[in-house]
Design a protein around this ligand. Sequence first.
Ligand SMILES: Nc1ncnc2c1ncn2[C@@H]1O[C@H](COP(=O)(O)OP(=O)(O)OP(=O)(O)O)[C@@H](O)[C@H]1O
Ligand SMILES: [Mg+2]
Length: 252
Amino acid sequence: MEAKIRLENITHSFKETGLVLNGISLHVNDGEFVSIIGPSGSGKSTIFQTIGGLLKPEGGDIFLEGRRINGETGNISYMPQQASLLPWRTVLNNVLLAQELAGRTDESEVRTWLAKVGLSGYENAYPHQLSGGMKQRVAFIRALLSPQPIMLLDEPFSALDEFTRFDMQKWLLAIWEEKRKSVLFITHNIEEALFLSDRIVLLSPRPAKVIKEFKVPLNRPRTDRLLLDDSFLQLKREIYGAMKEGETHESH
Ligand SMILES: Nc1ncnc2c1ncn2[C@@H]1O[C@H](COP(=O)(O)OP(=O)(O)OP(=O)(O)O)[C@@H](O)[C@H]1O
Ligand SMILES: [Mg+2]
């Protein structure tokens, strides 16, 4: 079967920075959760911008379900690094926005999912009345319920404290395991990537290339206990080792 999304040898440079993406190839299969990990400034968000069509890559191709979409917008639901709710719209209307843009709204579906993430009673609240974690949940539900076949999540939890972050990860998993939408997730946290993903793509420092891919053969549904599991810790060591090695190669 065609991959949901496939990047083939994507290259991109910025005038100010020079080469940022150095031949990135990766894919996400239908219903798969794939994480990209890499150091800060390596080019992760730039990869998302090329997939979302905000940037046209200099070289290489991007395929959505087999169709080439270089430079095309509107194909992807995207949750950017900073939650981007419209302050003048209520929670309900912020989530409905993505569906409105696609010309297909389902208010009862939106209400159901808001309730599942603990936001019933907040449908008519405005973003400034919500905590950081609640805003993230609204932005996530918006991405989840938009009609596009794949979600890009760019470090959605990096601004949250450790406790809230872990709650959000567990919550994201529960929701995702129910809906199984294809996800490409950016993080620089190895543990987060392991806990959530089916597969992890490790990037080098800038200019980014794929150093290695790791399958995460851990059973679902995943629980807290997994974090202390031998296989989990073994994979964590392996990825950490590969990451260190990637950095060393870069500096020689
Ligand atoms: N529009 C732009 N114009 C010029 N340079 C840019 C632009 N966008 C990103 N860059 C540069 O490209 C490099 C990669 O940036 P990018 O935002 O993709 O990194 P990242 O891996 O997402 O980092 P972080 O983990 O900190 O979010 C950085 O050096 C950045 O300065
Ligand atoms: Mg980024």
